[in-house]
Design a protein around this ligand. Structure first.
Ligand code: GAR
Length: 208
């Protein structure tokens, strides 16, 4: 059984999707053992506590240097015996140390079809604002491994979602979450825990 540690910053609906999937027995060979937040007021922490999951808070601004934060986060994850780290709406950029220590073991959910609307500055609602500004007819979500390139690691699963006339960023965000993020994130985590994802260069091969 692999230990799943989830990093959050906000509302935590993706964390909830993971908790619900676990309840249905859909996180095969994995268990959510800890939720770590960058924000002490994140509602995601309540979701964890309501489900009896251990919680921690770590804020980059409490450290004099970013390097010290990077080291502390790495050590915290190691102390929790994390086998896989899931970024579920985690809004702090990860440092080199943590990325190196958990190579191909950190999974992020991004609310667009990478390589569109991704990279630095593309997070949360901003992603959907940009998609609407461009006028794309299809958007979606991507679950991918994290490497040192922001939103540039190997893609695990993608799911497309239709953009509709009259969409606002908020309406589109909700549709992308419901139709894509909450489905593909638990699926990607489960595939990882079952050792069904092979990373070859910057691509993955899934065996089902
Ligand atoms: C989600 O839409 C997630 O994909 C996005 O933030 C939201 C968090 O919602 N993440 C990013 O934009 C990362 N670049 P949640 O806290 O309800 O899961």
């Amino acid at each position: 059984m692999k230990n799943i540690v989830v990093l959050v910053s906000g509302g935590g609906t993706n964390l909830q999707a993971l908790i619900d999937a676990q309840g249905r027995g859909e996180l095969k060979n994995g268990k959510i053992t800890c939720v770590i937040s960058s924000n002490p007021n994140a509602y995601a922490l309540e979701r964890a506590k309501n489900n009896g999951i251990d919680t921690e808070v770590i804020r980059s601004k409490d450290f004099a240097e970013f390097n010290d934060y990077d080291t502390a986060l790495t050590e915290l994850l190691q102390s929790k015996n994390a086998d896989v780290v899931v970024l579920a709406g985690f809004m702090t950029i990860l440092g080199k140390k943590v990325i190196g220590a958990f190579e191909n073991r950190i999974i992020n959910i991004h609310p667009a079809l990478i390589p569109s609307f991704c990279g630095e500055g593309y997070y949360g609602l901003k992603v959907h604002e940009e998609a609407l500004k461009k006028g794309v007819k299809v958007t979606g979500a991507t679950a991918h491994f994290v490497n040192e390139v922001c939103d540039g690691g190997p893609i695990i699963i993608q799911k497309a979602v239709e953009v509709k006339t009259g969409d606002t960023p908020e309406i589109l965000q909700k549709r992308v979450m419901e139709q894509a993020e909450w489905k593909i994130l638990p699926k990607a985590v489960s595939l990882f825990c079952e050792d069904k994802i092979k990373v070859i260069g910057n691509k993955t091969e899934i065996s089902e």
